[in-house]
Design a protein around this ligand. Structure first.
Ligand code: C5P
Length: 218
């Protein structure tokens, strides 16, 4: 029997990864953070000191890279990059890399491979619309931009980075605009996604709302 598939999409800072990880833990499912995969390719491209706007070269990197997601660890070609892929430098370049059609094709294929037997909670921008259009549960998480900035600010400080809320506001706005307006599988809710505004809601509350949705499917 095919096991449950859960797609969690939404803009930057909406709380997707924290919530998706918890839902996966509660249900004993595999958690796949697809943003980490786009970040991993961006990290490798930055390390390789290539021209990041050269789509052919970045696509070759995506094809060759061996990405391992072993939550919470992320490895690229055997190198542990768990923290490095969250650096401001990677964050500043990731939406450009994620806008490249061939990079998306390569990563989407890997993501579908991971989801093929079900039993997965996957978070990203195009999971319900493109990667797993037949997912059993689709959730689109949102939050006000002020709330998303506040959460990212606290997260950056917790991870030991200097953080400026004004800069974060601009970064999140720019990333959302690039993700929403790219031509290949842009950020948007699937027609059958449940919209969940997490502004002012605790993680526990959001997790329990999603678990309720999952229980209606088993
Ligand atoms: O989720 P996270 O913020 O780590 O994602 C980093 C970036 O990766 C996003 O801003 C977006 O450009 C890209 N991304 C994507 N499609 C996904 C997941 C992430 O384009 N499924």
């Amino acid at each position: 029997m095919k096991r449950l598939t859960v797609a969690i999409d939404g803009p930057a800072g909406a709380g997707k990864s924290t919530v998706a990880r918890r839902v996966a833990e509660e249900l004993g499912l595999l958690y796949v953070d697809t943003g980490a995969m786009y970040r991993a390719i961006t990290w490798k491209a930055l390390q390789s000191e290539i021209d990041l706007s050269d789509e052919q070269v970045v696509a070759a990197i995506a094809r060759e890279a061996e990405i391992v997601l072993d939550p919470p660890e992320v490895l690229v070609d055997g190198v542990r990059v768990t923290e490095a892929i969250r650096s401001p430098e990677v964050t500043d370049h990731v939406s450009m890399v994620a806008g490249m059609a061939e990079v998306r094709r390569v990563l989407v294929e890997k993501q579908r491979q991971m989801a093929k037997d079900g039993g997965v909670v996957m978070d990203g921008r195009d999971i319900g619309t493109h990667v797993m259009p037949d997912a059993d549960v689709k959730v689109f998480l949102t939050a006000s931009i002020e709330e998303r900035v506040r959460r990212r600010h606290l997260e950056m400080i917790r991870r030991g980075y200097a953080s400026d809320p004004d800069r974060l506001y601009q970064e999140i706005k720019r990333r959302d605009e690039m993700d929403e307006n790219r031509s290949h599988s842009p950020l948007k809710p699937a027609a059958d996604a449940v919209m969940l505004d997490t502004t002012g809601r605790s993680i526990d509350e959001v997790v329990s709302m999603i678990l309720d949705l999952c229980r209606t499917k088993v």
